[in-house]
Design a protein around this ligand. Structure first.
Ligand SMILES: C[S@@+](CC[C@H](N)C(=O)[O-])C[C@H]1O[C@@H](n2cnc3c(N)ncnc32)[C@H](O)[C@@H]1O
Length: 261
């Protein structure tokens, strides 16, 4: 059995650690501010295609929280859930077991260029979503992943990235941190193990995954998507460092579009 070795320099690999995953799923994820609004906006963008989702992918799926919303909304959808953290995949298997054959797990590292071939077989995809995952990678890798996402989507397919993005100043970063800590604190008040706000703040600032963040401004990321060829690119929702952005692969033109042009 391979044992997880804590990396010397924090990286996305911190997510292979069971204790970190337990803390995230048991405490942090439940306290993400305005999470319901983010899911609502994500689904509105996907529904904007005007057609049911058949194939979708969840990149860095964690316990499958994004995938579960799509699976519940589209009874014929099948999803590929990508994550390289075994504790996360185990949580997703447990949460989504009622979906049976509608889900496939892929334990590839999407920062490795070879990942593309393993997931392309299940595509093209109508929707590709990602939640709080890609920000752990360098800007070069982020752009490579966005190019791969574009190539994996079918015509008219949408990409929605629910992400942690960079503040434009240290002052705004501090405002964001307070916003997040208040939400975390509120989410665990009344629970048997509830902590003081100061304890919540200490835990928030010292998390290993926070040290592994490589945040990029949402404007730059939208610009990368446009350069790749996505259309309808925008930041669809934003509250400080929490952003939901993405775009749509151009739909296939039919003969009538050419005649009208
Ligand atoms: C913060 S968690 C978010 C999980 C879930 N998407 C959510 O919104 O709650 C980030 C997830 O991305 C996964 N991840 C990060 N980089 C990855 C990579 N290069 N390949 C596969 N999974 C990755 C981690 O293992 C982790 O499960």
């Amino acid at each position: 059995m391979t044992t997880y070795q804590k990396p010397v320099f924090p990286s996305a690999a911190v997510w292979k650690d069971s204790a970190l995953v337990e803390n995230f799923l048991g405490r942090v994820r439940k306290g993400v501010p305005l999470a319901e609004a983010q899911f609502d906006v994500m689904m509105r963008v996907i529904e904007g295609r005007g057609q049911p989702v058949n194939a979708f992918m969840d990149l860095g799926c964690g316990d499958g929280v994004l995938a579960s919303v799509i699976l519940a909304e589209y009874p014929d959808a099948t999803g590929v859930l990508v994550d390289f953290s075994m504790p996360m995949i185990q949580a997703a298997i447990a949460n989504l077991k009622s979906y049976g054959k509608r889900i496939h797990f892929s334990t590839v590292d999407y920062a490795d260029p070879n990942w593309f071939g393993t997931v392309a077989a299940h595509g093209p995809y109508d929707a590709i979503v990602s939640g709080f995952s890609i920000h752990h990678h360098s800007d070069r890798v982020k752009q490579q992943v966005y190019r791969d996402v574009f190539d994996l989507l079918g015509p008219g397919g949408v990409f929605v990235n629910m992400e942690h993005v960079r503040s434009t100043s240290k002052w705004l970063e501090a405002v964001h941190d307070d916003f997040f800590i208040d939400s975390l604190w509120a989410s665990q008040v009344g629970q048997p193990t509830s902590e003081s706000r100061a304890q919540v703040a200490t835990g928030y600032h010292s998390r290993d995954d926070k040290a592994a963040n490589i945040l990029a401004p949402v404007e730059s990321q939208c610009q990368w998507l446009r350069q790749i060829g996505f259309q309808d690119v925008d930041c669809y929702f934003k509250a400080f460092e929490l952003a939901l952005f993405g775009g749509r692969k151009p739909p296939q033109k039919n003969i009538y579009d050419f005649e009208a042009a």
